[in-house]
Every structure is written in structure tokens, then in C-alpha cells.
Design a protein around this ligand. Structure first.
Ligand code: PXL
Length: 303
């Protein structure tokens, strides 16, 4: 069985970061080791959340794993809360990166034009440096603009603008750069990716549902890592993750008892697994690691 490690906070209530990554990636048949970077009573969109920093635990945990000879098929980071954590995680990459595994960084810091509580433009630039060490990064437009030091986050843009942002992000150093929640019009939303090694762009658009829910970025990133670990190419993994998020949003919308703070990713896990299982038998056994996009990818119908 493959094993990944994910490094991010645990928001006890809020359906984001570790409470999303653990169930989704585990359900996809991948052992999911964690390093919780902080414990919060809820995510930061709530008022008055508690916060216990766990930075001091990261290095001893990593040292113990080194002693035990424990390694990972992927290292996936999400929300990180301080400059010190960025530095420690950067060292963790140096220690645990091998020629066989990959580093996946979701620079979870903001959305809809604004940084989450507690983050600053200076922090975003440092996060940009961490992204430079990654094989794959998945910022949204807000995170990308802040990491690149822009003085504003554009709400309206065209394909040329998006390609330019992707190119500039690639100059930070990441091999595969993915911009999430890209939307050129009211009817579609999707991802646009740039393979800086092959100098190729890839995009996938889905129907846009005009609601915003918290935690969808974490759901997307987790499903993407899970699909990659199931040997899907990056392009197919992005498509699988995007479809999963759309189904999660639809399920949430139809739930009269939904919570405002996150999406119903739990009820849609069977859909995700069906998609994975179906395509495992359809696609050739050896799937290209990164950018091969298979036209045959079958998407499950939500039941
Ligand atoms: O979903 C990203 C996220 C993760 N962790 C914490 C957050 C947020 C978004 O607000 O507050 C603590």
C-alpha cells in the first residue's frame, strides 16, 4: 500500500485541512500519515476559535520517522500558520524527498480576493518560496496573486492573463503549476495547469454552481493527491478531483440540514471511489506519471 504524509492543521470542527484529507485519501486506499501543525476548535472563518500551536512537535516527529526508516510516496502540505512552520516544512522536504516521491503544496491562505485571518502579503511571498520546492502546486487566483506580490487580485481576466500567472508561478520553481477555481464566464469553472518541463498547458472546466462553500480547496487537493497515488496522471487526477468537488457542492445544496462551514464531502466519497475503480480497469495499467490526459476517463453518475 502506498503511504503519503500530509502536513496541515486540524480544525476540530469545520471540514477542512486534516479532517478532510485523512478520510478522503484513506478511502482512496492510501495510508495517510499526518503531522498536525496546530489544533483549532474550528477553522478561522468562525469567530473566537481556540488555537494551539504544535510547531515544536514537527522536528521530533520527523526525527523519529527517520530513525524508523519511514518514507513516503508523496508529501502533501496545506494550511501552514507561521514563518517558522514554512522553514521547518522546507527542511522536512529536504529530508524526505526522494527520486521516487513527489511534493504537493496547496498554499492554502485565502480565497475570493482576500487572505484568511492572520495571513499577510509577506507570509504569502514566503509560501511562494516553499512552492518553489514542490513538484505540484495548486493555488487559487487569490493565493497566486499574493504569492506573486501583485497589488490586486483580478476578478475578471482572460486566458492570456491566466497563462501568464501560471508562467510566473512556474518561475518560483514548481514543476507543475495548477491554478484552481478559474472562471472566464458565469457558466463554467475549472483548473488550468502548466507543465513547466514540457511547456504545455492543460485545462479542464466543469459547470459553475453559483455558491461558495468553505473547504472546497482542501477537498480538491486531497482528492487530487489520492488520484495521483492511484497512478492517474496529473491531468486525470485534476479532472477526478474537480468532478468530485462539483458533486460535493451539489449534495450540500440539496441538504436542508447542511452546515455553512463546509461541504458534504462524506456522502460523495462512494462516487469518488466508483470513479477511481471504474477507470482503473479502463485505463492502461501503466499511466504516465504527470501529464498524459486520457480521453477515455469515465466519470461516474452520482446516484
Ligand atoms: O480550508 C483552508 C483552511 C485550513 N485550515 C484553517 C482554516 C482554513 C480556511 O479558512 O482556517 C485553520
Amino acid at each position: 500500500m502506498k503511504r503519503i504524509v500530509t502536513i496541515q492543521d486540524i480544525s476540530c470542527v469545520g471540514k477542512c485541512s486534516l479532517t478532510v484529507a485523512l478520510p478522503i485519501i484513506s478511502a482512496m486506499g492510501v495510508e495517510t500519515a499526518i503531522i498536525p501543525t496546530a489544533v483549532l476548535s474550528t477553522h478561522t472563518a468562525f469567530d473566537d476559535f481556540t488555537f494551539r500551536d504544535l510547531t515544536d512537535e514537527i522536528v521530533p516527529i520527523a526525527q523519529h520517522w527517520n530513525q524508523e526508516g519511514i518514507g513516503f510516496d508523496a508529501i502533501y502540505t496545506g494550511y501552514l500558520g507561521s514563518f517558522e512552520q514554512l522553514e521547518i516544512v522546507s527542511d522536512f522536504f529536504d529530508e524526505f524527498k526522494t527520486s521516487e516521491n513527489f511534493i504537493f503544496v496547496d498554499p492554502a491562505m485565502g480565497d475570493n480576493g482576500e487572505l484568511y485571518k492572520g495571513f499577510t502579503p509577506e507570509f504569502a511571498k514566503e509560501m511562494g518560496k516553499l512552492c518553489g520546492k514542490a513538484d505540484i502546486i495548486v493555488p487559487n487566483m487569490t493565493e497566486a496573486a499574493y504569492m506573486l506580490g501583485f497589488d490586486r487580485v483580478e476578478e475578471e481576466y482572460d486566458e492570456g492573463y491566466v497563462k501568464d500567472i501560471l508562467y510566473q508561478l512556474s518561475l518560483l520553481g514548481a514543476k507543475m503549476v495548477v491554478l484552481t477555481s478559474v472562471s472566464y464566464d458565469e457558466s463554467s469553472i475549472g483548473v488550468v495547469a502548466y507543465d513547466s518541463v514540457r511547456k504545455e498547458y492543460f485545462s479542464y472546466f466543469d459547470e459553475r454552481i453559483d455558491v461558495k462553500y468553505h473547504g472546497t480547496g482542501d477537498v480538491f487537493a486531497s482528492a487530487c493527491v489520492g488520484a495521483l497515488m492511484n497512478d492517474f496522471s496529473l491531468a486525470d487526477s485534476l479532472k477526478i478531483a474537480a468532478n468530485y468537488v462539483v458533486e460535493c457542492i451539489k449534495d450540500t445544496q440539496t441538504d436542508s440540514k447542511r452546515n455553512w462551514y463546509g461541504v458534504n464531502f462524506e456522502t460523495v466519497i462512494p462516487y469518488l471511489i466508483r470513479t477511481i475503480e471504474k477507470n482503473k480497469t479502463v485505463l492502461p495499467p501503466t499511466r504516465a506519471r504527470y501529464f498524459f490526459f486520457s480521453e477515455e476517463l469515465h466519470v461516474s453518475e452520482q446516484e
